[in-house]
Every structure is written in structure tokens, then in C-alpha cells.
Design a protein around this ligand. Structure first.
Ligand code: UD1
Length: 368
């Protein structure tokens, strides 16, 4: 029997940590699966892309589509055209997509129209906010996927409510948590002094972490200026380390925002450099999706600077608190954490480091 040709698709920074454990699990079944890694090129800067492949132990992509940059339509269209060309050279049996970025929907659309089955890892998450580009990507990808791998119970419920058939929905846990636990082990033997942020960590000792990049938070001065104002106030009591996403950096400059002396900005950090600092933070303030989950994975209090979350298990079981973007609410919740009243949380179901193995076992069983 010939092997199942799998295209594993990644494009943007939050995809890469999800690819690593799937690669390992597929490689362990190389008798059954032929793996080809497809990098769309959505993120292209070294510190947003290559460095993650190197640190997370992902082999160099088999196919690099170089389809980064531009507006949403331009980016999605460029990825689609390039991915269709690749598929036409040799059609895969399965296109495996992760998460909710533009690369996820672009490659799914192409695959489905060529008759290729789609497996969506991290399916079924819903913020309920259709102003969020990722929510559109999630809805559209799930509308045409064949196999749904969900990270938390809400994902399963959402998909069933939307009419997906229960025998295609698999609650497997979270590959990103697989990666996190794996990398925490690697970090124990790594040379910490080689991390660019090690000196900052040493100097500050007690600190919080900030990440901000959602268009709804950073693209307008009306939102970003008060948000940074609240952070500056927190930073008087607790210095903050803020690795700045390229989109956010551009807007901070454009709006002429002064961050004050206690917010320490850095370039985007590599996975290990960042893990090394956030795992010991007093609190993480973020609008990221993945970090809400990773902080739950390691029991670090997280304040989410958004009005909604597609990851409700981090609120019910984990260390996450949904704070919104009003400065008063942010300051109030930060104060609670600083007084030692942050959530302790517990590990959500199946967040045990073995999600990727479950996915590969299910694909082995389900695919012809
Ligand atoms: C994308 C994802 C988002 C994810 C985020 C993490 C979508 C819709 N959004 O948003 O879900 O949380 O990645 O980073 O797919 N840029 C660079 N270098 C790069 C990449 C981007 O300078 O390597 C700059 C460019 O100016 C680009 C801008 O950042 O236009 C935004 O990048 P883009 O990929 O469009 O979206 P993100 O905001 O990164």
C-alpha cells in the first residue's frame, strides 16, 4: 500500500509551535505517512519564522511558497495561487492545517477544491466576534474541513452546533501544549545566558510580560494610547518586559507613544528566549490566543486584554482572566494579581503532552 502523502501547512508565527509535535508524531509513523512541510511565507522575518523552525526542531520546509506580505486579500490570494501550483505538481492525500491564520484558510480552500481531504488542528474555537480576522478564518476552515481535532470541550460543542458530524470531531487535547512541555524539558539543559533577554531577567528579577498585536488593540491610537497608559501605571509597581510585534512597533512609532522608563521593549523573541522569561513572570498581560493557553499550561496568571476569548477553558479551568481593554479594569485585575490573588488554575482535560500522537493514531485509523 502506498503511503499517505500529508502536506503539513504553516505560515505565521503562532503556527510553528503547533507543527513541531505533529512532525515528530508523523515521523514516528513514516511507514504509513509521507510528510511534506509547506511554509506559506506569511511570516518571513527571521525572528518571526526561521528561528522557530531551528529552536523547535522542525525540519526545513520541503516547500516554501514565499507568499508573505500585503493586505488580507493579497496575502490569502498569493498563498492560494502558490499552493494550488504546488498541489498540481503532485496532489497530497491530506492537507493538515493548524490554527486560524490566513495561511490556514488559504490552503484549506485550495485543497478542498482539488478534492484533497482537510484535517484542521485546533478546530471549533469561536470567539463570537466576527470583526476578528481569525474568527472568519476559523469559521470558513471548519465549514469545509473533513477531520476536526479539538483542544477543548467548547470546540466540540461549537462544531456539533454548526452541524458537523460527531464521528469527524475528535477531542484530542492541544499540540501547542505538547510542544510547551517538550520545550520546558529542553530549557532545563539549555544555556540560558545565550538568550538575549537573560540579562534583563537577571536585572529585573520580578517582572510582568506584555504582548500586544491584535489589530483591534494596536491599529488605532484611541485604543492603543490608553492601553499603554494602563501598562505604564502597572509598570511603576512591576516592571514589564514587552517583546514588540512588527505591527505594534510600527503603530507605536506612528502614534508617537512614549512607553516610559519601566516598560522594557525588545525585538520579537525566539520561542525559548521568550519561554525562559514568561515562565517566571508574576503576570502575563496579552491579547495573544496561544499565550492564554500556554500560561494555563504552566500555571502563570494571565490577564487577557480583549473583550472575548475563543479559548474559554483557560477561564474556567486555567489561570486566565478576561479583562477587556478599559484601563480601570486592567489596573484592578493587575492589582489583584500583585496582591497574590491571581488564579492558580488546573490543567484542562487532555492537556497532557500527547495530543499529536492521538491525532496521528486517529488519522491512521480513519484514512484509507
Ligand atoms: C498574524 C495572524 C494572527 C497571529 C499573528 C501572530 C492572520 C489573519 N493573523 O497576524 O492570527 O496572531 O500573525 O504574529 O493570519 N510583518 C513583518 N515581518 C513578518 C511578518 C509580518 O514585518 O515576518 C509585518 C508586516 O508589516 C505585516 C504585519 O507585520 O503587514 C502584519 O503581519 P500579518 O501576517 O499580516 O498579520 P499579523 O498581525 O502578524
Amino acid at each position: 500500500m502506498s503511503k499517505v502523502l500529508v502536506h503539513l501547512v504553516g505560515g505565521a508565527r503562532p503556527n510553528f509551535m503547533k507543527l513541531a509535535p505533529i512532525v515528530r508524531a508523523l515521523q514516528a509513523r513514516s511507514d504509513r505517512f509521507e510528510l511534506k512541510i509547506v511554509h506559506t511565507g506569511q511570516h518571513y522575518d527571521r525572528d518571526m519564522s526561521d528561528v522557530f523552525f531551528e529552536e523547535l526542531g522542525i525540519p526545513a520546509p520541503d516547500h516554501y511558497l514565499e507568499a508573505g506580505g500585503g493586505s488580507h486579500a493579497q496575502q490569502t490570494a498569493k498563498i492560494m495561487v502558490a499552493y494550488e501550483t504546488l498541489c498540481q505538481e503532485r496532489l497530497p492525500d491530506l492537507t493538515l492545517v493548524v490554527g486560524d491564520v490566513n495561511s490556514t484558510i488559504a490552503c484549506s480552500l485550495v485543497a478542498k477544491k482539488l478534492g484533497v481531504a482537510i484535517a484542521h488542528v485546533e478546530a471549533g474555537l469561536r470567539s463570537g466576534d466576527r470583526n476578528m480576522p481569525e474568527e472568519i478564518n476559523r469559521l470558513a476552515t471548519d465549514a469545509i474541513s473533513d477531520y476536526f481535532f479539538v483542544t477543548e470541550e467548547s470546540g466540540e460543542q461549537n462544531l456539533l452546533r454548526e452541524g458537523q458530524s460527531a464521528d469527524r470531531v475528535f477531542f484530542v487535547g492541544h499540540v501547542m501544549i505538547d510542544n510547551l512541555f517538550y520545550q520546558v524539558e529542553q530549557l532545563k539543559t539549555a544555556d540560558h545566558t545565550s538568550f538575549p533577554s537573560a540579562a534583563l531577567k537577571q536585572q529585573l528579577q520580578r517582572y510582568g510580560i506584555v504582548t500586544l498585536h491584535r489589530p483591534s488593540n494596536v491599529d488605532s491610537a484611541d485604543t492603543l494610547v490608553p492601553l499603554i497608559g494602563a501598562l505604564k501605571e502597572i509598570a511603576i509597581d512591576l516592571p514589564l518586559i514587552f517583546p514588540v510585534h512588527p505591527r505594534t512597533r510600527a503603530n507605536i512609532e506612528r502614534f508617537g507613544i512614549d512607553l516610559g522608563p519601566n516598560i522594557h521593549t525588545t525585538a520579537p523573541m525566539s520561542y525559548m528566549d521568550f519561554l525562559n522569561v514568561w515562565k517566571d513572570a508574576v503576570v502575563v498581560l496579552t491579547d495573544s490566543g496561544g499565550l492564554q493557553e500556554e500560561t494555563t499550561g504552566l500555571g502563570v496568571p494571565c490577564l487577557t486584554l480583549r473583550e472575548n476569548t475563543e479559548r474559554p477553558v483557560t477561564l474556567s479551568d486555567g489561570t486566565n482572566t478576561l479583562v477587556g481593554v478599559s484601563p480601570a479594569a486592567i489596573l484592578e485585575e493587575a492589582k489583584k494579581v500583585l496582591q497574590g490573588q491571581g488564579k492558580a488554575g488546573r490543567q484542562p482535560k487532555y492537556w497532557d503532552g500527547h495530543a499529536a500522537e492521538r491525532i496521528v493514531a486517529i488519522l491512521d485509523r480513519e484514512l484509507p
